[in-house]
Design a protein around this ligand. Structure first.
Ligand code: 8YV
Length: 316
């Protein structure tokens, strides 16, 4: 009997075709937890994504056949890795293939918030009368030496830094790679978080969600930022204390926020969306067509490898 891979979502077309051609049986359930628990018994692999929590309960429901949890995404905070390791189950993610797409979106949010594009778009759509005034929709000069602070300089952070360097931004960053030769080549200065918060016109988050980074940015950190500062989050919602963010944006403690991710995703705090200085999109950082195919392909490569008795291609 062929081993079974259970999916909690529908793969992009090319990746789905590749999996269909492999000696693997494929089943799919909805993201609903009860559906998932009912569908996994006997599965050899579970292919999951960000909003589907794969913990010891799901692994035990699958039973001893389970050899792999393959995540579609580079972040794998939805998977209980120690629980998998304790059961001898491999965990894989999709690193490297989504850096440029995610950096594109981070920079889109940066430019949109800095130049108040969405606010201005909403304004013209009201049909209100307007005329050109020197202070009309004035925002941050990104290319005139504004400082970008990258929190957690890794693959995606570097992709953002390359864009920022091309825009003539000063760049400061935290993370172990912030002081290497690659960072130096882009003119990145390694700093501690406190210095980054104090100096940056734009703070962009690119660290993974872990117990150390949960609520890394809260009321205290907003108070340490410039009153004009812009926060960009394309990483994970819970890195930011979302209620503190609402207060900070409403009270003018910081200037604006560009958000792709939310603390209680897919729910978005009502108060947040009522603020004019917020640009919000629904977790679309890696949503480029070719990027999604590459992510799907990498997840499938991991399934085919592990179920074929080979080591995983991209273990976490
Ligand atoms: C995905 C992401 O859209 O890679 C990640 O960590 O958040 C996004 O690329 C998401 O993970 C879907 O699983």
């Amino acid at each position: 009997r062929r081993p079974r891979a259970h999916l909690t979502f529908t793969l992009p077309p090319n990746a789905a075709a590749r999996l269909a051609a492999a000696p693997v049986e494929v089943t799919t359930s909805t993201a609903d937890r009860d559906d998932l628990l009912a569908a996994v018994p006997g599965a050899s692999a579970i292919v999951s994504l960000v909003t589907h929590r794969i913990d010891g309960e799901v692994m035990d429901a699958a039973g001893p056949s389970l050899r792999l949890v393959a995540n579609l995404g580079v972040g794998y905070d939805n998977i209980d890795v120690p629980a998998a390791t304790a059961r001898g189950i491999a965990v894989t993610n999709t690193p490297g293939v989504l850096d440029e797409a995610t950096a594109d979106l981070a920079f889109t949010l940066l430019l949109a918030t800095a130049r108040r594009v969405v606010e201005a778009d909403r304004f013209v759509r009201t049909g209100a009368e307007w005329r050109w005034e020197p202070d009309f929709f004035v925002g941050l000069d990104v290319s005139a030496g504004a400082t970008l602070g990258i929190v957690g300089l890794g693959r995606i952070g570097f992709a953002v830094a390359r864009r920022a360097a091309a825009f003539g931004m000063r760049i400061v960053a935290t993370g172990s790679r912030a002081s290497g030769p690659e960072a130096e080549a882009l003119g990145i200065r390694a700093v501690e978080l406190a210095e980054l918060l104090a100096e940056s016109d734009v703070v962009s988050l690119h660290c993974p969600l872990t117990s150390e980074t949960r609520h890394l940015i809260g009321a205290e950190q907003f108070a340490a930022m410039k009153r004009s500062a812009i926060l960009i989050n394309t990483a994970r919602g819970p890195i930011v204390d979302e209620l503190a963010l609402i207060d900070a944006l409403r009270d003018g403690v910081i200037g604006a926020a560009g958000l792709d991710v939310f603390e209680w995703e897919p729910a978005i705090s009502q108060g947040l969306l009522a603020l004019p200085n917020v640009v919000a999109v629904p977790h679309i950082g890696s949503a480029g067509a070719a990027t999604r195919e590459r992510m799907g392909d990498l997840a499938v490569q991991n399934v085919v490898a592990v179920l074929g008795g080979l080591p995983p291609v991209t273990p976490v």
